[in-house]
Design a protein. Structure first.
Length: 187
């Protein structure tokens, strides 16, 4: 009887709430929000969670990116890839495209830097004011599409999205509410 108790508890326990699946192509193509991107945070911080999704962690070819090989390729920007990378609030597909300028032109991105061996282009797709539900703090949600190359991955194009919540600059803060207390008249 003692042996059956743990088994019965497992069978009778309510199922764990399943987290919604991560829509990786939508995240890479900037078709999601900052809150949707937050679902990747546990994956980026715990390689075992990436493995559970069928992602295979790769050796770090670039110190600034965590790279993964996907079980099934994804199609993003019209190209298939089974190689992705994450860096902070950015998720990119690593595409077999030797010249990133072609994709940047197709996506109508603004060139930020263009040299013989380095290219970066991007465009902010979303910039909106939001209020943090927990703190009430005013924030700016930003979603930026980018295409680039990097020396650690010759002949490849990195294409993806950066999701961020930023504190507005002092000159962008909404005015403080007027005080109901009036100053005494000057004599």
């Amino acid at each position: 009887m003692k042996r059956l108790l743990p088994c019965l508890l497992l069978v009778l326990a309510p199922p764990a709430a399943a987290s919604p699946p991560v829509d990786l192509p939508a995240l890479i193509e900037c078709r999601q929000s900052v809150s949707d991107f937050a679902a990747l945070a546990p994956i980026a911080n715990d390689p075992l969670k990436a493995v559970a999704l069928g992602w295979r962690p790769l050796p770090q070819g670039n110190l600034f990116m965590a790279e993964y090989r996907l079980l099934e390729p994804v199609t993003v920007f019209g190209h298939r890839s089974d190689h992705i990378a994450m860096a902070g609030a950015t998720v990119v597909a690593i595409l077999d495209l030797p010249d990133p300028r072609v994709l940047a032109t197709q996506l109508e991105l603004e060139t930020g830097y263009d040299a013989e061996d380095k290219f970066m282009a991007g465009r902010e797709l979303v910039s909106r004011d939001v209020i943090d539900a927990k703190t009430g703090e005013a924030l700016i949600e930003s979603v930026i599409l980018s295409v680039s190359n990097v020396k650690s991955h010759p002949g490849k194009t990195l294409a993806g999205c950066t999701y961020s919540l930023d504190i507005p600059a002092d000159d962008e803060l909404p005015p403080a509410p007027a005080s109901s207390v009036t100053a005494p008249p000057q004599a």
